[in-house]
Design a protein around this ligand. Sequence first.
Ligand code: AMP
Length: 372
Amino acid sequence: MTFKELNISEPILKALINKKYETPTPIQEQAIPVALSGQDLLGIAQTGTGKTAAFAIPIIQKLNQPQPKGQKREIKALILTPTRELAIQIDECFSDYSKYTDLRHTVIFGGVSQIPQVETLKRGIDILIATPGRLLDLINQKIITLNHIRHFVLDEADRMLDMGFIHDIKRLLPILPKRKQTLFFSATMPLAIANLSKSILHNPAKVEVTPVSSTVNTIDQQLYFVEKPDKSSLLVSILEKEQKSTLVFSRTKHGADKIARVLNKRGIGCEAIHGNKKQGARQRALSNFKLGKTHVIIATDIAARGIDISNLEMVINYDLPDIAETYVHRIGRTGRAGKSGTALSFCTQEERTMVKDIQKLTGKKLNAVLTA
Ligand code: AMP
């Protein structure tokens, strides 16, 4: 299957060639024809599957029509996503894929001044990528109207729920026009999400890739039994041995900073990203990591959510997550696109029940490397 066979138009095909995308990923293969047909879509897919292009490409294609002269551009597509990082990444995807069209898009999120965002909005845009809080804020200020929305994407719905955005979404839904296409994406389908999807989708096509309970075989998963005071020296020794691009997960923001301090002291260049860091600092840390200036980034689950770091060689669970599915999300950041990856988990006595939960969910036994 090629993108051409999916009836993707020339300007987008050209952009995909620039991106060196050769074939559609499974979610793209399934979702693009549905989205192009105008049908609603329920997509069960996690980050890393190519789901952004699965909704961005058909939206660009459908909206790519000459802008009538003298008419103000109205927002015709809204993509709602839970985090700033994810919103920025989606916006970058729209820049890439719509490069050879004259569509305009922008991204809005909280935690920064609204002034530049408002200026861009006032010049007129076709596609808006937003996090819920800032969107509702600008709607209340009458800076944004959504009367012309034809395409609505709810991205990472399960994360929205986890992060407490469900009320914001419920406030937003009645503001959207009744006649529109809705594309709903979630990595998991807990009951609350299934109910939400039922309430907003009309006769949707369901598309599902890589169930969340499965981890890919290209990831080498290992377990280290270690007591809490020894975690940082274990981390240092692994990172000194393995010069790999590594994402380290910490349970808390404070913990992430502490790990960063220890590593930096030992000469291992790294940065921590979490919700207490200013937006600029988080972006800088990410770009330093992506450019290879640092090899290690430490993140909390919320900060790391949706971050696309390609060529990530290793994920380390410095702390194990409370929810087994989070483990699958975390380690899914390595071993992408057929590449091999390594996922190491540190496990204290108290965390042993979590290992049991993870093994039960994934159906795989984690190989223990060291026993304390
Ligand atoms: P996503 O799941 O949308 O976060 O995408 C994960 C990564 O896959 C991103 O780095 C995309 O640029 C990349 N990607 C998306 N679609 C394709 C494709 N068809 N071929 C190669 N890479 C892709």
